[in-house]
Unconditional design. Structure first.
Lengths: 399, 793
């Protein structure tokens, strides 16, 4: 067991529904989505004096333009938190949201804070290009052969993983189909209801005579899952990243918009507010891997996190393994011998969507909801691969 | 101006023709409302919106640019009939059912704007019978307006007056269709199937008849009836598959129903085998199978004996191929008629029967022989019409052969040739073309709109065009003028084969511009299409093989110098463009003071296809554009503008219309887009004059152009790296792409560096010559010269 001054507990988590890129949240700003998630998580802890929040740490993978200018601070002020509450935006690409949870926990474990909020927000609709508003690559990357893979697109790295770990097109498509099936079933059963706080989207559209018309629409569910996905429709899609490739739009994660917030407390914080802990934050690890096979990041990160936690892999009851691509998720599942039943029981990013820097916080909300619902779950884990070759894994234990 | 004005058009019927006609109106900036029935389910305009969405998938594209589709308004007869009152022209294009059309006319007539023109795009119904369905006071504004499919690309529109149609309406419509919509008009009579379809469908029936009689295979017939005899590549049966076999049968049935007393009427029936195909749903391309079927990469053709599809692979018999290669048409036809091989007999028979048919019907269906010839060129894509083909082969000789065949019962009908055939030496003469109805030669129409066409399509035997007054010429260009148009505006025409740009052309252009600066007020670069297909690669290859890279460097420098001379001449130079303008041709037009573009201009920097980059100033122009655009944006970043240009250049993207050329940056928003290419020199001469009168002067060379530099190159390179790693491009594609990026980004300088225009020219030239030194680029050039196709190496 890792040594620390005190434990950090998750007491609440809430998130927006996840919209498809240019879907329901097309014109919703990422700072507004963050504010929505912050208000939602605060509402779940009525005994808290917001002045006691030590910091708001928000993950964002493209912290620029609409989500630039330290979106964490802007989001918390928009949410109506007191000016005395600080905020910081952090970026570890797809692990940003989980990194925020880990950093918030670390501050508590160090004794620097009793109440922290970790969050994540990302609007991929707001990004004119997937790589951000201004793409600019360092020429040095091309000057040295060993650096070139830094410039690889994520899809290309998935092709490399598929080739090296021998994941076939059929396996990837089957995995994608199962993700949609699980996600659709979970939505139908209402299993996301506890974590999602519906979002009333206000659209400002041209009306009659120069008067702007406001159209309100309540978004309650994740937009990504396709209940009608079929093996045939997935098989028809063409590979996009390589001439003889296997990675398609159908077996890759969806580009999405969404935000989530997670509240963490020390034991002192729990006592002071009367909040009930859902889970204890047990361990976190990050690890680097070759950029050209960034998808296998969890292969390095998961064993390290388990070792830090001092538990065996078999003890983890629920695993949220981000499905950046079916190819890398399958490679990780197989290589580590993860139990497919416990991996993404409610579907993953292929169906639910992947708003980059928000995903880690969003899936924390999913795991917390599962732990609240099902008393038999003891350990849960969240893991993902990270662009330019990293992996991250966090472990939680029911409190 | 005449009082005839069309501010808005309504098209009734959102079928494949109606929707495409509406699309072409939008191409021409004509506001248009497309009507159909209210949808039974969903939004009331659903039928129209679905039909418009389907247009996006059609190839060739009905819209000249994607955003054009926004300019077709959807409407339905249920709720929007009052909007017909906004429209000056209503084109009815619903299904070919007299009862449906009349019912619709009764419904819409009360809503029409007073004085509006109402025209039916029928191909088979009687215009007078349709006119009777209109209230009497509307009949002066009623006529037939028959477009050909696809309407954007087929030049022909037949205008068919009814008995009461006002001549001012016809004249106004003809002028509008000609200039604004860019169509070529034939005035047809109200006879079944009008002119082009009457002859064209008969020609198909003749092919069907003789194919069966001589036992030829379908693919064999297509080899014979395609480009070898001046017809489109899809020839006969492939065209039928594309059109749809059900449509072909419908057209034949219409002729059967409406032309019972035609001497050929017994041939107006759909063959049983064709009916059988239709019955089992093999309707052609749209059904995946018809006369042909695609099986993976194999193309199979129906074999009637085996009642199955077999590998397609017919051949032209060598003797017949030799006959078809004969230059003298008289000799060609004499030998075809005399040769016993079934293929020769087939071709002679088809030509003979079409000639026979046209001669017999000329008096009933057309004003004169020129109209039939031009209708077949414009409506069916024949390079020469039936009468001019006949006349070129020797009018009297062919007439005698036809007469013999009629007498011996070999022709499809026994009706004799009309008497006038033996009284003439041909139907086309300098003074006009034969009108069988009036018994005289008739000149071209004298409507004012035709004064805008300095070089209209001419039939063989017609008076030659006015070549103007030559001021100077060399082996590559001619500098001339048309004093009747404007003695102060010169025309500079490239005269090399395919208008490739070699030493002669560049020397000639520089000399011509120098002379024009002294003697003229403006210059128009114009010649028949293509505008130019690029540099003379033959000269480039020779220099490469001799390792004369210094010479090549000087050649490229001269190319750049020519482009910059066009830009900085003391008189305005206007590029008048039609057809392909690729590579160096594109660079020249980019440097002109102004462009006059035919809608069907296909412009692109395609150097990457031969392993090169634009180095005649083309890359530099995009760098300059990026700089200009960035200056207007906060932050002033040039890269976003370079990124799109990089894709355009690296992918060798060719604009599929003048509108797209503007969007891609080859042309500018203020350039003229001319819908009727025949008006190109007329408009360009006047544009050059206007620029000269407005005090045009050359711009100063740019001294401080912000370029994307090293970071920009690296960011482009990221794209190349990913494509190369994914096996989507070759290592040499990568290299060529990087060279393009280097030129577009102004070389390996720090991002945001200010450089001169000349520096960018130096960078693109250096990159170009470096590529020329590579074996793979040389292989690509040789391959292109030998095969006409790009080599992927």
């Amino acid at each position: 067991m890792s040594r620390q001054i005190q434990d950090a507990y998750i007491v609440a988590a809430a998130r927006t529904p996840v919209g498809r890129r240019n879907g329901a949240f097309r014109h919703v700003r990422p700072d507004d989505m963050l504010a929505h998630a912050l208000r939602a998580v605060l509402a779940k802890v009525p005994g808290l004096d917001p002045q006691d929040i030590g910091d708001v740490i928000a993950g964002c993978a493209m912290p620029e333009a609409e989500q630039g200018m330290n979106v964490a601070r802007i989001g918390l002020l928009l949410a109506g938190l007191p000016e005395g509450v600080p905020g910081v935006t952090i970026n570890r690409f797809c692990a940003s949201g989980l990194q925020a949870v880990a950093d918030a926990a670390a501050r508590i474990r160090l004794g620097e804070a009793d109440v922290m909020i970790a969050a994540g927000t990302e609007s991929m609709s707001a990004m004119p290009q997937i790589m951000g508003n201004k793409v600019s690559i360092n020429p040095e990357i091309f000057a040295h052969a060993e650096n070139r893979s830094i410039a690889f697109g994520m899809g290309l790295t998935a092709e490399k993983v598929a080739a090296q770990w021998k994941v076939s097109r059929e396996e990837q498509d089957a995995f994608a189909l199962e993700s949609h099936r699980r996600a659709s079933a979970a939505i139908a059963d209402g299993r996301f209801a506890a974590e999602i706080v519906p979002y009333a989207v206000r659209s400002h559209v041209p009306g009659e005579g120069g008067v702007v018309r406001i159209v309100e629409r309540l978004v309650q569910h994740d937009e990504g899952p396709r209940a009608d996905a079929s093996a045939e429709s997935l098989a028809r899609l063409k590979p996009v990243f390589a001439a003889r490739g296997s990675v398609t739009a159908g077996n890759s994660s969806q580009m999405s918009d969404g935000a989530a917030a997670v509240m963490l407390m020390s034991e002192a914080g729990l006592k002071r507010t009367g909040a009930r802990p859902i889970a204890r934050f047990v361990a976190y690890s990050v690890a680097g891997v070759p950029p050209e096979v960034m998808g296998i990041g969890p292969l390095e990160a998961i064993p390290r996190a388990l070792a830090r936690a001092g538990i065996a892999q078999a003890e983890v009851d629920w695993i949220e393994l981000n499905e950046a691509f079916a190819a890398q998720a399958l490679a990780v599942v197989r290589q580590l011998g993860l139990d497919p039943v416990r991996v993404n029981p409610q579907g993953g990013a292929i169906a639910l969507g992947h708003p980059l820097g928000a995903t880690g916080a969003i899936r924390t909300a999913t795991l917390m909801a599962a732990m609240q619902r099902d008393a038999s779950l003891r350990y849960g884990m969240i893991s993902m691969c990270v662009g330019t070759g990293m992996g991250a894994a966090g472990i939680f234990e029911r409190a | 101006m005449s009082g005839f004005m069309i501010r808005k058009v309504a098209v009734l019927g959102a079928g494949v023709m109606g929707a495409q006609i509406a699309a072409h109106c939008a191409n021409a900036d004509v506001p248009v409302i497309l009507f159909d029935l209210p949808a039974k389910e969903g939004p009331p305009d659903g039928i129209v919106t679905k039909s418009l969405a389907a247009l996006a998938r059609l190839d060739p594209a009905p819209f000249a640019a994607k955003d054009r589709s926004l300019h077709v308004e959807a409407a339905n007869y249920g709720s929007d009939l009052a909007r017909l009152g906004e429209c000056d022209l209503v084109i009815e294009a619903i299904a070919e059912r007299m009862d449906w059309k009349l019912e619709l006319y009764a419904k819409v007539a009360p809503h029409l704007k007073p004085g509006a023109v109402f025209a039916s795009n029928t191909s088979g119904l009687s215009i007078n019978a349709l006119a009777a369905g209109m209230p009497a006071e509307r009949r002066p504004g009623f006529c037939g307006i028959h477009f050909f499919n696809p309407p954007r690309y087929m030049p022909l529109v037949e205008l068919i007056p009814a008995a009461d149609t006002a001549s001012a309406v016809l004249d106004g419509l003809e002028a509008w269709l000609t200039t604004r919509v860019g169509k070529n008009i034939i005035r047809a009579r109200d006879t079944p199937s009008f002119v082009a379809n009457r002859v064209g469908v008969f020609s198909i029936l003749a092919v069907l008849h003789h194919t069966a009689r001589l036992g030829l295979a379908f693919d064999e017939v297509d080899l014979l009836t395609g480009p070898r005899i001046g017809r489109p590549k899809s020839a006969t049966f492939r065209t039928a598959d594309v059109v749809g076999l059900d449509t072909v049968a419908h057209v034949i049935d219409t002729m059967q129903a409406t032309l019972a007393d035609d001497p050929w009427s017994r041939h107006f029936r759909t063959p049983d085998w064709l009916r059988a195909l239709i019955d089992r749903g093999a309707l052609g391309q749209k059904a995946g199978a018809g006369i042909y079927r695609k099986d993976g990469k194999r193309i199979l053709v129906l074999d009637l004996h085996r009642q199955d599809y077999v590998d397609s692979g017919g051949e032209v018999f060598p003797d017949v191929a030799d006959i078809l290669d004969l230059r003298d048409p008289g000799e060609k036809f004499a030998e075809l008629a005399a040769h016993p091989h079934p293929q020769a007999q087939f071709l002679w028979s088809v030509f003979r029967d079409v000639f026979h048919y046209c001669a017999v019907h000329l008096g009933d269906i057309a004003d004169n022989a020129r109209d039939i010839d031009l209708a077949m060129r414009w409506g069916f894509g024949w390079t020469t019409g039936p009468f001019e083909t006949w006349q070129a082969a020797g009018w009297r000789d062919i007439a005698r052969l036809i007469q013999e065949d009629i007498e011996h019962g070999r022709a499809m009908a026994r009706v004799p040739l009309p008497a006038w055939v033996s009284e003439l030496d041909g139907v086309h003469a300098p003074s006009g073309s034969w009108s069988a109805a009036e018994g005289m030669l008739k000149p071209r129409a004298a409507l004012p709109v035709y004064r805008r066409q300095l070089y209209p399509d001419r039939v063989l035997g017609e008076a030659p065009a006015d070549r103007g007054e030559t001021l100077w010429e060399n082996g590559g260009v001619r500098l001339w003028r048309r004093p009747d148009q404007d003695a102060g505006i010169g025309l500079l025409s490239i005269t090399s084969k395919m208008h490739t740009i070699g030493d002669d052309v560049m020397d000639g252009m520089l000399e011509a511009i120098a002379r024009a600066e002294v003697d003229l007020d403006g210059l128009v670069i114009w010649h028949e299409p293509p505008f130019a297909v690029g540099a003379n690669l033959q000269q480039v290859v020779q220099a490469c093989h001799a390792h004369q890279f210094d010479l090549l460097e000087r050649m490229v420098a001269r190319f750049q110098h020519t482009a910059m001379t066009i830009r900085h001449a003391q008189i305005p130079i206007v590029a008048a463009v039609q057809g392909m303008a690729l590579g160096g041709g594109c660079e020249f037009l980019m440097h002109a003071a102004h462009r006059v573009l035919a809608l069907e201009s296909y412009i692109g920097l395609v150097e990457a296809g031969v392993g090169l980059i634009p180095a005649g100033g083309g890359s530099k122009e995009f760098a300059l554009q990026a700089h200009a655009m960035a200056q207007r944006a906060a932050g002033g970043d040039v890269f976003p503008w370079i990124q799109n240009a990089f894709q355009t250049v690296a992918m060798a993207t060719v604009a599929r219309s003048a509108h797209e050329a503007v969007q891609l940056g080859f042309a500018r928003a203020g350039d003229d887009i001319v819908f009727n290419a025949a008006e190109l020199p007329y408009v360009a001469i006047r544009r050059a004059r206007a620029l000269a009168e407005a005090g045009w002067h050359p711009p100063l060379p740019q001294r401080a152009v912000k370029v994307a530099g090293r970071d920009g190159i690296a960011t482009c390179e990221m794209l190349l790296l990913n494509m190369a790693e994914g096996g989507l491009i070759s290592a040499h594609d990568y290299r060529v792409g990087r060279a393009a990026a280097t030129a577009l980004c102004g070389g390996e300088v720090d991002s945001g560096t200010l450089v001169s225009e000349q520096w960018i020219l130096d960078v693109e030239r250096a990159q170009f010559v470096d590529l020329l030194k590579t074996q793979r680029t040389q292989q690509r050039i040789v391959h292109m010269l030998e095969t006409g196709k790009p080599l992927r190496n």
